[in-house]
Each structure stands twice: as structure tokens, then as C-alpha cells.
Design a protein around this ligand. Structure first.
Ligand code: GAL
Length: 416
């Protein structure tokens, strides 16, 4: 009899409101942070939530730049079963907000004063119709070069500040028998380099071509020159680059098999994960010609409309993301700058301090632009149209003059 009562009591406990409440304190998170550095950074958020009794249901969708993650998301939303929170970039957030499927974070945002500490450039995507619909985690900038220090020393020791100096270092690295550039031949990675080469032609040109989509800028001699430079850089990429994931290209630079990688500062997360230190093992410099300016992409967690049983955990996640402590602890590992402007750079390494300083400087000088490659310059239809032309040119399917013409045509068609 005693055993029966015990069993009955145990069964009751498992379905008691408290037990249901525990099950409800769960967030399901869709993201594409599957590399070593990305996972290490995300772990900071997972651990924070778990310390507050919130279970983290992970939905990783591998694929740099997030294209595959957005495809998986569309399937979940179509099935009427969206995750609690989803990593997303720029105009993709706006597109989801326009579908009316995102929640309202204003109760948390108003209480915590997000409007005062998040830059306007991010709020453009974090808010929709006056409501906070996403919590910004960071601000990455993409116009970086990550250089293996030993390889740089063997190539003269001076980090390139001009295009000609860059080519001279790449030629020396080639003579030294390594792959001068570590690169992954995926459209978003080709486009990330393209962003920097366009920005190096001047901020007015970047704005006219990548942001304003001015046909006269897209199909111009200057744009032909950009494609010529892309073709030149292609000469320094190893034969097996096609389809390589970005973090494997980072690993080539970390191991000294490649001399440098042109990539956003999430690459730094891979160097840190490998135990490497800025200035000792690797050097971070701005792509030549882009000094003083920056192309950015901010990772945000957009929050989908969820049932009351999930609201508390969702708001806890949003509040954790926006806490100054998290904004420092996460971005120190991720390689990015905090999304909040009131976070000290005390815990950041020299590359992190430079990321924060450069971002503030570019922003105050009006030289900060949304990255085309990472969905912060125009909606996905235009971004993907550009991807297609850039990557076909990079793979040698057309010459530079034709590429500039096709770029203008593809953008015109995508704009509808
Ligand atoms: C970017 C994203 C970064 C990193 C990178 C590589 O779009 O903002 O956080 O994930 O893709 O996948």
C-alpha cells in the first residue's frame, strides 16, 4: 500500500503545475553558430539562461552567413511552429516583421531603456512599427584582413595599408610556398571580399552602388575596376577553395598553410578558440583603402510570437542578451563589438578594442554602412542577385566588363 501511495504521489508531482511551469521555462533557438568560435560564444548565453532555470533547446542549422538557417526557418513558420528565438540579420528581420509573426519586446525594452543605448543603425532592424521585435547581440564589421604573423614576417613583416602593398605581400607569400589567401568558395564569402573591395573605392561609391543601387554606379568603370581586383585576388587562392567553409579557411591561416583571410571579425573567434593571440600569432588590419570606414552586420535574435507559457522565458532571453555583462562576455569571445554603446572595452583584446574604436569612429564620421554581403544594405532578393553575379565572375564565368553590366541588370530585375 505504501508503495502505491508513493508512486501516486510521484506521478502527481510530475504533472503538477510546478512541473509544467519548469517545462515552459524553455527557449528553442534557431541559429547558424556551429563553428568552434561561434559555439564558444553562444555557450555564454546558454549558460546564463540555464543558471536562471531556463532550458535551452538548440536548433543549429550549419551554413555560414545564414542562408540555410533562413530556409529552415521558413519551413518551421509555414508549419505554424516557429522557434522561440531566431538568429537573423538586417533586412531578413524586417521581412519577418512584415509577416506579422514577431512578438513585442517593448515591456522589456522600455523597462531597461534599450532605446538609449542601441545605435540607430541597429534599431532600424530591431524595431518595427515602434515595437522592439529583436534583441541585438553584437556588431560585426566585415572589412578586415586576418594575417598569420609568421607568414607576414616571412613576407617582409609590414601589414599592407594600400592595394599595391597587399599585392606585394601576397606575391611574397606565394614565393614562400604557402597559399597567400585562405578562402572558401561560397557566394557569401566571395561577396564579403567584394564588400571590402567596393568600400576601398570610397564611401560615396559604396553608398551609391551597394545601398542606393544607382545603376550608373553599378555599371561603371569604377565597378569594372572592382571586378578586376576580385579577379586579381583570385590568383592567390588555392585550387581547393571551392565550397570550403569559412572557418576551415580561417584554420588554414591559423596553421600557417595560408597567409591571410579577408573575413568579418567572427574569424577572430576561431583564432581565439585555437589559443592564438593578436599581435603574437595573428594580425588584424582593415582591408587596404577602407581605413576609417566600415561595413557592418549585427546579429540579432528576433523573437517570434509565442504562447503565454513561453513568454517569460523569451523575455528573460531578451533581457539577458541586452545586459551589459553579457554584451561584454559574449563579444569578447565572438570577435564582434557590443551592440550597446555603453559597454567598456576593458575585457577585449587589441583586435576587439580596435573593432569597437573603428566602429565608433566610422559611425561618427558617417562612414558606417550596412554590409551588402550580410543583408544590411538591401533585402535578400537584391543581395542574392548580387551574390550570383559576384560568384560567377569570381569563378571565371565572365569578364569584368560583363560582370558590371550583369550586376546592374540583375539588381534592376531583383528590385522589380
Ligand atoms: C555572419 C554572422 C556571424 C557569423 C558569420 C559566419 O552573417 O553575422 O555571426 O555567423 O555569418 O557564419
Amino acid at each position: 500500500m505504501r508503495k502505491m501511495i508513493l508512486k501516486a504521489a510521484l506521478a502527481a508531482l510530475l504533472v503538477s503545475p510546478a512541473a509544467v511551469a519548469v517545462a515552459a521555462d524553455e527557449v528553442e533557438v534557431l541559429h547558424w553558430w556551429t563553428s568552434g568560435g561561434e559555439a564558444a560564444a553562444l555557450d555564454v548565453l546558454k549558460k546564463k539562461l540555464e543558471s536562471q532555470g531556463v532550458t535551452w533547446k538548440d536548433m543549429p542549422v550549419a551554413g555560414g552567413g545564414g542562408e540555410q538557417a533562413m530556409t529552415a526557418l521558413r519551413a518551421r513558420v509555414t508549419a505554424g511552429n516557429p522557434p522561440t528565438a531566431v538568429q537573423a540579420l538586417g533586412f531578413d528581420i524586417t521581412d519577418w516583421a512584415n509577416q506579422g509573426v514577431l512578438g513585442d519586446l517593448n515591456p522589456v525594452a522600455d523597462k531597461e531603456g534599450w532605446d538609449k543605448v542601441v545605435p540607430e543603425a541597429l534599431q532600424k532592424f530591431s524595431k518595427h512599427d515602434g515595437k522592439w521585435i529583436a534583441a541585438p547581440v553584437n556588431v560585426h564589421t566585415t572589412n578586415w584582413i586576418w594575417i598569420n604573423k609568421k607568414a607576414l614576417d616571412a613576407a617582409g613583416g609590414k601589414a599592407p595599408e594600400t592595394w599595391d602593398e597587399l599585392i606585394a605581400v601576397l606575391d611574397k607569400m606565394k614565393e614562400n610556398g604557402i597559399s597567400p589567401i585562405g578562402h572558401g568558395g561560397q557566394a557569401w564569402q566571395d561577396a564579403t571580399i567584394f564588400d571590402a573591395v567596393v568600400l576601398a573605392e570610397g564611401t560615396d561609391f559604396y553608398k551609391a552602388s551597394m545601398v542606393d543601387l544607382d545603376p550608373a554606379a553599378l555599371n561603371s568603370d569604377k565597378m569594372v575596376g572592382v571586378f578586376d581586383k576580385m579577379a586579381k585576388l583570385k590568383e592567390y587562392v588555392d585550387a581547393d577553395f571551392s565550397g570550403r567553409d569559412w572557418n576551415l579557411a580561417s584554420a588554414m591561416v591559423i596553421e600557417g598553410k595560408a597567409g591571410m583571410q579577408f573575413m568579418g571579425d567572427w574569424a577572430k573567434g576561431e583564432f581565439l578558440k585555437a589559443g592564438q593571440k593578436p599581435g603574437t600569432d595573428f594580425v588584424c588590419v582593415r582591408f587596404p583603402g577602407t581605413q576609417g570606414a566600415a561595413t557592418f552586420n549585427a546579429d540579432q535574435f528576433m523573437m517570434f510570437k509565442v504562447g503565454d507559457d513561453k513568454l517569460k522565458a523569451q523575455e528573460m532571453m531578451a533581457s539577458d542578451i541586452m545586459s551589459p555583462e553579457f554584451q561584454s562576455a559574449f563579444n569578447v569571445v565572438k570577435g564582434s563589438a557590443p551592440a550597446r554603446t555603453d559597454v567598456a572595452d576593458t575585457d577585449f583584446d587589441d583586435c576587439g578594442k580596435k573593432a569597437i574604436k573603428d566602429l565608433a569612429e566610422a559611425n561618427s564620421n558617417g562612414k558606417l554602412f550596412g554590409s551588402m554581403a550580410h543583408g544590411h544594405a538591401n533585402p535578400a532578393a537584391v543581395k542574392n542577385a548580387m551574390y550570383d553575379v559576384i560568384t560567377r565572375h569570381f569563378n571565371g564565368e565572365m569578364d569584368s566588363k560583363q560582370a558590371a553590366q550583369e550586376l546592374a541588370d540583375a539588381v534592376a530585375a531583383a528590385k522589380g
